[in-house]
Design a protein around this ligand. Structure first.
Ligand code: URA
Length: 231
């Protein structure tokens, strides 16, 4: 159904008023403001008018301070999973927006809004992901140069986007990357003959790990954090 018809049907507003509300940015579809009255609304997508949800399951957006040792998976016979740190009633709904390795700590986003999380994680969106890295060997100045030029990942047959490396110590750095390929940070350091011994994600786009969250704690994202993931 067209968005203007949908608003008209699910609210007391006239057709004309519905179009005005849409044009003025008051309507969100799948977490995103839509100003085009002709936009198509399917049966399952979430639709909001201001603070009122007109259709769709309640959306959940959480950030977790993932501790080391937890798997970014829904279930596993051997290791504890991140879902065990979250309320049981949300388990069937949530999926992870950008997994972390079992040994990696830090910002993990969980949501039931698939469109939103795709915008956060799809490589083509080029959302910056910031990691603090500790390595086995000293980090050379050439490493920053190589990362800025892009590192070829043979398995995917592609070169990573230019990444920024800021040295914080002899074996410690802050790295910003723009994709989230499998083991990307570890593979980038392996390509320059080094090894990552500790990895912690500090932020994804406009969402930074809340310093008030201890490892294993979570909170709901703020409106501003949700809105920071744009189309
Ligand atoms: N890169 C890695 O190598 N591991 C992670 O967990 C995240 C990014």
């Amino acid at each position: 159904m067209r968005l203007d018809k949908f608003i008209c049907k699910h609210t007391p507003y006239s057709h004309q008023r519905s179009r005005w509300l849409i044009a003025n940015g008051r309507v969100r579809v799948a977490g995103r403001v839509v100003r085009d009255s002709r936009a198509w609304v399917d049966r399952f997508v979430s639709v909001w008018l201001d603070d009122e949800q007109l259709q769709g399951r309640p959306a959940h957006y959480l950030m977790l301070n993932k501790p080391r040792g937890y798997l970014s998976a829904t279930e596993d016979p051997q290791h504890p999973t991140v879902l065990e740190l979250l309320p049981r009633e949300l388990h069937p709904e949530l999926h992870i927006g950008g997994r972390l390795d079992r040994s990696t700590s830090g910002l993990l986003i969980l949501t039931n809004d698939g469109l939103w999380s795709r915008r956060l994680t799809e490589p083509k969106q080029k959302v910056p992901k910031v990691y603090r890295v500790v390595t086995l060997e000293p980090i050379t100045p050439e490493t920053a140069q190589r990362f800025a030029e892009g590192i070829y990942l043979a398995y995917e047959g592609l070169t990573t986007s230019p990444a920024q490396l800021q040295l914080l110590g002899e074996r410690e750095a802050r790295l910003t990357i723009y994709e989230g390929r499998y083991h990307q940070v570890k593979r980038m350091f392996a390509q320059v003959g080094n090894r990552v011994t500790a990895l912690h994600r500090e932020s994804m786009g406009g969402i930074a790990l809340d310093p008030l969250l201890s490892p294993g704690e979570y909170r709901t994202l703020t409106e501003a954090e949700i809105a920071s993931v744009s189309a």
